[in-house]
Write a protein that binds this ligand. Structure first.
Ligand code: FRU
Length: 526
C-alpha cells in the first residue's frame, strides 16, 4: 500500500500537470498578441537597440518595470534565435541615479574600437538617451550615453564617462548608431525634436563625437521629430546600386493624427544625407495609425540577393520592427497585465515605381515558421468565396492572408476581418477615390479614446488597374496590411470581441468580378 505521504506527492504532481501552463497564465489573455512581441507584464513603447549577435536577435524596448503606464523608463530585453519566438530576459539597462534610459541603438563593436571589449572578442555597445526629468533649475536634460556588455547582452555596465554628448538641451534624443563603410567611422543620427532636424555625428571610438551635418526641416515638420533611423538599401535588388533611407517619427501631427513616421530617399556619403526628392514631398512608412519609432537591426548576417543570387555581393535583408501604437491613446489601451506590443518584423527593399523610388515592406520570411494548415486556397466569385470561408472555423484569430480581388463593377471592395458578434474591421479599396482604407469604427472595444474608432485611408494607384493585391497579418489585437506587394502599409490595433473570427470578401456599389484568397493559420509563439 502507498504511504499517505507518497499519495500526497502523487496528488501534487497531478495537480501541477493539470494546472495552466505558463503560456495560458501569462500569454493567453483575449487581446494578447500571439505572434507579435509584447512584454509579459507592464508598459512598453519604442523598440530599442535591435541587433543580431552570435546567433541571437536582440530586442530591447522602452519599459517601465514597475507598472503599465509610461514611467521609470529602462531597457527591457528579449532574445530570439529565429526572429519569431521571443524569450524575455531581465531588464538590461535600468533607470538609475535619477536618469531614465530613453530610446537608442546597439552596435557590435567587432574591433574593440571602444576599448570596452574583453578577451579579444567583440562586445555589444548600447547608445541611448539619458533623460533627467527635472534638474534643480526645473529643466529636463537629454544627453547621449553608452553601456556595454561582454556576455552576449546578459549584463550591462554603464560607461563611467557618461554622457558622451551633452548639448545642455531638454530635447535631444534617440541616437541611431551604425558603422559607416563610406566614412570609415561610427555614425550617429540623433534628433533635435523641436527644430525638426536630424543631426549627424561621427566617431572612431563611440566616445568622442564630432558634428558632421544636419538634415531638415523637410517633408512633414509638425509636432516633434523623434526616433531617426538611417539605413542603406539595394535598389531593385541590385546590391551594388543603393540608396539611403532616412526615417523620422513625428509626434503629434502625423498623417493620421498623433504619432506616425515619414521617410526620405537619398544619398549618404558617411557625413551628410541629401534628399533625392523635393523638400516638400511627404512619404510615409505606414499609413495606419499604429506604427511608431520603428528600428532596423544592426549586425544582420549577409545573405544572397533574392533577385540576383549568383552575381550580386551578399547583403543583409534589412529588417525593421516598430511599436504598434499611437501616443494619442497608448496609455489607455484595454489590455492587462501588459500594455504595448511590436509590429511583426518587416523586410525592407527599395523599388523603382512610376513615382520614383519607394520603400517596400513585407512580413519577414521568418513567419513561415509559424504557418499551419493552408486551410484555404480558393478562387471564385464573392458568393462562392464567402460560402467557402463561412464553412471553415479557424479556432483562433491569427491568420496570414494573401488575396487578389478583381474589382469588376464594384465601387468599393475588400475584406471584412475579425467579424462576429456584430463587430468587424473593414479593409477596402475605393475605386473612384483610388484609396485604400481601414475602418475600425465598428471593430469591437473602442470607447477608451475618441481618437481610436477611426477610418483611415491612403492614396493607392493599383499596379494592375482593376485588381487589388493584399497581404494581411491578423493577430488577436492588430491588423497589418501590406498592399500591392508591400508598396503601401497600414497598421492598426483593434480590440475585437471574443468570437469575432469570421472573414468575408465584400463589395459595394456594384459586383466584384472575383477573388483569390489564400490563408495560413498562424501558430502562437508563446
Ligand atoms: C518616442 C519617444 C522617444 C523617447 C521615448 C521615451 O516614442 O518619445 O523620443 O526616447 O519615447 O520613452
Amino acid at each position: 500500500m502507498l504511504s499517505p505521504h507518497l499519495l500526497c506527492s502523487i496528488a501534487l504532481i497531478a495537480t501541477c500537470l493539470l494546472a495552466e501552463s505558463p503560456k495560458d497564465r501569462d500569454y493567453n489573455q483575449p487581446y494578447r498578441p500571439q505572434f507579435h512581441f509584447s512584454p509579459r507584464v507592464n508598459w512598453t513603447n519604442d523598440p530599442n537597440g535591435l541587433v543580431y549577435f552570435e546567433g541571437e536577435y536582440h530586442i530591447f524596448f522602452q519599459y517601465n518595470p514597475f507598472g503599465d503606464q509610461w514611467g521609470h523608463m529602462s531597457w527591457g530585453h528579449a532574445v530570439s534565435s529565429d526572429l519569431v519566438h521571443w524569450k524575455e530576459l531581465p531588464v538590461a539597462i535600468p533607470e538609475g541615479d535619477g536618469v531614465m534610459i530613453f530610446t537608442g541603438s546597439t552596435v557590435v563593436d567587432r574591433n574593440n574600437t571602444s576599448g570596452f571589449c574583453t578577451g579579444g572578442k567583440p562586445c555589444l555597445v548600447a547608445v541611448y538617451t539619458g533623460h533627467t526629468p527635472e534638474l534643480a533649475a526645473g529643466k529636463t536634460l537629454q544627453t547621449q550615453n553608452l553601456a556595454y556588455s561582454n556576455d552576449r547582452g546578459r549584463t550591462w555596465t554603464k560607461f563611467s564617462g557618461n554622457p558622451v554628448l551633452d548639448l545642455h538641451m531638454s530635447d535631444f534624443r534617440d541616437p541611431k548608431v551604425f558603422w559607416s563603410e563610406q566614412g570609415k567611422h561610427w555614425v550617429m543620427a540623433v534628433s533635435l525634436p523641436d527644430e525638426h532636424k536630424v543631426r549627424f555625428y561621427g566617431s572612431a571610438d563611440l566616445k568622442k563625437w564630432e558634428h558632421l551635418s544636419d538634415f531638415g526641416p523637410e517633408g512633414a515638420a509638425s509636432g516633434q521629430w523623434e526616433c531617426p533611423e538611417l539605413f542603406e538599401l539595394p535598389v531593385d535588388g541590385h546590391a551594388t546600386h543603393t540608396r539611403w533611407v532616412l526615417k523620422v517619427g513625428l509626434n503629434p501631427g502625423a498623417l493620421q493624427g498623433g504619432s506616425g513616421e515619414q521617410y526620405f530617399v537619398g544619398h549618404f556619403d558617411g557625413k551628410r544625407f541629401v534628399n533625392d526628392n523635393p523638400p516638400s514631398l511627404q512619404l510615409w512608412t505606414d499609413y495606419g495609425k499604429d506604427c511608431y519609432c520603428a528600428l532596423t537591426f544592426n549586425g544582420l548576417p549577409k545573405s544572397p540577393s533574392p533577385t540576383h543570387p549568383q552575381t550580386q555581393p551578399l547583403t543583409p535583408v534589412q529588417t525593421m520592427i516598430g511599436w504598434m501604437n499611437n501616443w494619442q491613446y497608448a496609455g489607455k489601451l484595454p489590455t492587462s497585465p501588459w500594455r504595448g506590443q511590436m509590429t511583426f518584423p518587416r523586410k525592407l527593399s527599395l523599388h523603382t515605381t512610376s513615382d520614383g523610388l519607394r520603400l517596400i515592406q513585407l512580413p519577414s520570411d521568418a513567419i513561415t515558421k509559424l504557418h499551419r494548415q493552408p486551410f484555404t486556397r480558393f478562387i471564385g466569385n464573392e458568393k462562392e468565396i464567402n460560402k467557402y470561408l463561412a464553412g471553415h472555423n479557424r479556432g483562433d484569430k491569427m491568420i496570414d492572408l494573401t488575396s487578389t480581388i478583381t474589382l469588376g463593377g464594384a465601387k468599393e471592395a475588400g475584406l471584412r476581418l475579425l467579424w462576429g458578434e456584430g463587430a468587424y474591421t473593414q479593409v477596402g479599396y475605393n475605386i473612384e477615390r483610388k484609396e485604400l482604407f481601414i475602418d475600425r469604427t465598428n471593430s469591437g472595444e473602442d470607447g477608451f479614446s475618441a481618437d481610436f474608432p477611426a477610418r483611415v485611408s491612403a492614396p493607392l494607384a493599383l499596379a494592375n488597374p482593376g485588381q487589388l493585391q493584399l497581404r494581411i497579418l491578423v493577430d488577436r489585437s492588430s491588423i497589418e496590411v501590406f498592399a500591392e506587394h508591400g508598396r503601401l502599409v497600414m497598421t492598426e490595433l483593434v480590440f475585437p470581441k471574443q468570437n469575432s473570427r469570421k472573414l468575408a470578401v465584400y463589395s459595394d456599389g456594384g459586383k466584384l468580378a472575383g477573388a483569390s484568397i489564400r490563408i495560413w493559420t498562424v501558430a502562437s509563439i508563446w
